[in-house]
Design a protein around this ligand. Structure first.
Ligand SMILES: Cc1cc2nc3c(=O)[nH]c(=O)nc-3n(C[C@H](O)[C@H](O)[C@H](O)COP(=O)(O)OP(=O)(O)OC[C@H]3O[C@@H](n4cnc5c(N)ncnc54)[C@H](O)[C@@H]3O)c2cc1C
Length: 244
């Protein structure tokens, strides 16, 4: 990929119907989670920030579907998802514990026209835990476009060991704060307004992604900092976001 994705991508939301996806790769680089690489039949290229819906069907016909952000860049021949396992979760436990290479999943996507990055505008990305997933797609896109200078990233996670894509994020200069362990001279603690001061610049679009609690506290910090609410885009991974 050599050109920016173009501002006109915002608003595009090709989703189509259900497609088969063959599981080409299963990795568990982070405890209690799984990274799936999927070969999707007749795949439509996605935009960084979009998501897919995965639908599981039990032998008795019962179905459950959940949304998962795309981690791969648009040019990747496979679709990459990263799923955090919730102990009592219906879909995430199946994806994390049961799915293996060669299995076929039903997926629908790509979905979403609001929470996408156009590849040419400056952006501040704030993630809580697995909320980093759509930002990994944005980062990989930026690398392909040689425009990593456009992105600034801050991530809040319990421990560094639990951070998905830690190497890629740290290499990109992401600020990583850990809430359950000290990091260097920084004690355990949440993201603060002071953390965001050197990262925010007028002209940026700010993307916030994570649990409902993270989204609320991060947007609170941004508003206190004087960031106009009109430039803040939020994606919540909480219970309310189950079926699409
Ligand atoms: C647009 C979008 C993108 C998403 N992308 C990702 C992604 O890239 N990776 C990822 O792991 N998840 C992602 N999610 C969350 C995902 O859709 C599911 O909600 C999550 O996997 C839990 O599903 P489950 O069936 O395992 O749990 P459920 O059976 O739905 O719920 C089990 C229990 O956990 C609670 N719960 C549900 N979801 C969450 C959550 N996210 N955090 C904490 N508690 C929860 C429920 O209230 C319930 O008590 C995304 C959600 C949205 C809306």
């Amino acid at each position: 990929m050599t050109e920016a994705l173009g501002a006109d991508v915002v608003g595009a939301a090709p989703s189509g119907g259900w497609r088969s996806a063959v599981v080409a790769g299963v990795r568990r680089p982070v405890p209690r989670s799984v990274q799936l690489r999927l070969d999707v039949e007749d795949r439509v290229d996605h935009l960084p920030g979009q998501h897919y819906v995965v639908r599981l069907t039990a032998p008795d016909g019962y179905t459950a579907q959940r949304s998962y952000s795309i981690a791969s860049a648009p040019g990747d021949p496979l679709l990459e998802l990263f799923v955090e396992r919730l102990d009592d979760g219906e879909v995430s436990t199946h994806l994390a514990d049961v799915v293996e290479p060669g299995d076929v999943l039903e997926v629908r996507g790509p979905i979403g026209g609001w929470f996408v990055w156009d590849g040419e505008s400056p952006a501040l990305l704030l993630a809580g835990g697995s909320g980093v997933v759509p930002f990994v797609s944005m980062l990989r896109t930026a690398r392909a476009l040689r425009r990593t200078d456009l992105l600034r990233i801050a991530v809040s996670v319990r421990t560094l060991e639990q951070l998905p894509y830690a190497d890629e994020l740290l290499q990109a200069g992401a600020l990583v704060v850990t809430t359950r362990e000290a990091r260097g001279i920084r004690p355990a603690g949440r993201l603060t307004g002071a953390d965001l001061v050197p990262l925010w610049e007028p002209g940026q679009t700010v993307y916030v992604c994570g649990s409902g609690g993270f989204a609320e506290s991060a947007t609170g910090l941004l508003v206190e900092l004087g960031v106009p609410p009109s430039v803040i885009r939020v994606e919540r991974f909480g219970p309310s976001g189950a079926p699409v």
